[in-house]
Write a protein that binds this ligand. Structure first.
Ligand SMILES: C[S@@+](CC[C@H](N)C(=O)[O-])C[C@H]1O[C@@H](n2cnc3c(N)ncnc32)[C@H](O)[C@@H]1O
Length: 354
């Protein structure tokens, strides 16, 4: 029963485990709209959210269920060797809330070791505890208020690093000293600029970037002070959710089919990156509007160990009908291999995906 449930975190089952299991759709929508306002307009109020049974139930049934696939999206991009290592290590979910990424981690890496959930809000802790007891009682899960040293671990910040100062994030990383570090944070410009300031410190601690790029220097072409590019490195995941979640989204007029987020994976492990360092690999940074004849993408490519942003043009006549349909809905943040068809100019290549 549990394994099946992990494979499919189902809204109807989950509703029985939220703090207010008889919450009505009207109250759910009302609470979601209040949370949305804070997440999109008043982020300064984040630390001041007064959690109660109703808004935690709304968060769990909507934000948790829609956030979960972000971890699978990230895991899909990691080398298999690193995933095996993550599966063998303890998984620390910092700021776990209702347990969002712990559940997705268990779904993806079925032979996972111990899960350690850190949450300082007592009601969130209670919500997480209830889901763990109701739905994941077969797994080794510990819930704690504080971090401890754990060198054989993966430490994930899931929409929690943006609520901390950079000094505090570094302090927490130093306390745990994990092998692998994962970030799943809001895909806003402010969060990118804030976390980008951590790059050098993370390199000094011995971490290497695995995703979104493998550049181990501060050569991110989209820099904090770059006034020419009003852009920032983030991903946009496009996904259709289960029917009940889609229905809730429609009632609240909230679109979670396109989710901007900032995904990072870094490790101290010696991972063979052959699948990441193929000579012609690119990272889809941004989707520009398509023309009648071509898709236009801004891509990040490694040229002589420096990342560079290039415009890629992919001619529609070189694609099948189903490829055209897929490319219209493509998520940014994917990596792909390509063949050069023509250099249009030094900043624009016509390419074919392989
Ligand atoms: C926006 S929620 C994210 C929940 C979940 N990770 C997700 O992405 O759906 C952020 C959570 O981090 C928790 N949090 C923030 N700072 C924390 C700290 N210093 N120690 C423990 N938990 C913290 C908050 O209480 C909150 O539940």
């Amino acid at each position: 029963m549990y394994a099946g449930f992990v494979n499919n975190m189902n809204y109807t089952h989950l509703k029985k485990s939220v703090l207010n299991s008889s919450i009505s759709d009207t109250v759910l929508v009302k609470e979601l709209l209040k949370l949305q306002k804070i997440y999109t307009q008043d982020r300064g109020l984040l630390n001041k959210i007064t959690w109660n049974d109703d808004n935690i139930s709304a968060y769990t049934l909507f934000y948790m269920l829609t956030n979960m696939p972000k971890l699978s999206f990230l895991y899909d991009k990691l080398p298999k060797e690193l995933l095996k290592e993550i599966e063998k290590n303890d998984f620390i979910d910092f700021g776990c809330g209702p347990g969002t990424y712990s559940w997705e981690h268990l779904k993806y890496l079925k032979n996972s070791k111990k899960i350690i959930q850190i949450e300082h809000n007592e009601l969130m802790y209670k919500q997480c505890d209830r889901i763990a007891k109701d739905l994941f009682s077969n797994y080794l899960i510990e819930r704690k208020f504080k971090l401890e040293k754990n060198k054989s671990s993966t430490l994930l910040f899931g929409n929690s690093a943006n609520e901390l100062t950079n000094e505090n994030i570094l302090l927490k990383i130093k306390i745990v000293d994990p092998k692998t570090l994962l970030f799943i944070e809001p895909g806003t410009k402010e969060v990118f600029h804030k976390l980008n300031m951590l790059r050098e410190d993370l390199f000094k601690l011995g971490y290497k970037f695995i995703y979104p790029c493998s550049a181990s220097s501060s050569c991110c072409p989209i820099k904090t002070d770059d006034i020419e590019t009003d852009d920032w490195c983030h991903q946009v995941i496009k996904i259709v959710h289960q029917d009940e979640v889609e229905r809730l989204g429609q009632m609240a007029k909230m679109d979670r089919r396109k989710m901007p987020c900032l995904l990072w994976a870094l490790t101290k492990n010696e991972v063979k990156l052959q699948d990441l360092s193929l000579p012609k690999e690119a990272y889809l940074q941004r989707n520009l509007s398509e023309s009648k004849f071509a898709f236009n993408w801004i891509c990040c490519v490694d040229i002589e160990n420096k990342n560079k942003l290039l415009k890629f043009e992919i001619l529609k006549k070189s694609l099948t009908k189903s490829e055209i349909k897929n490319y219209k809905n493509i998520s940014t943040g994917i990596t792909f291999n390509y063949e050069l068809v023509k250099v249009i100019n030094e900043n624009c290549y016509r390419v074919k995906l392989i």
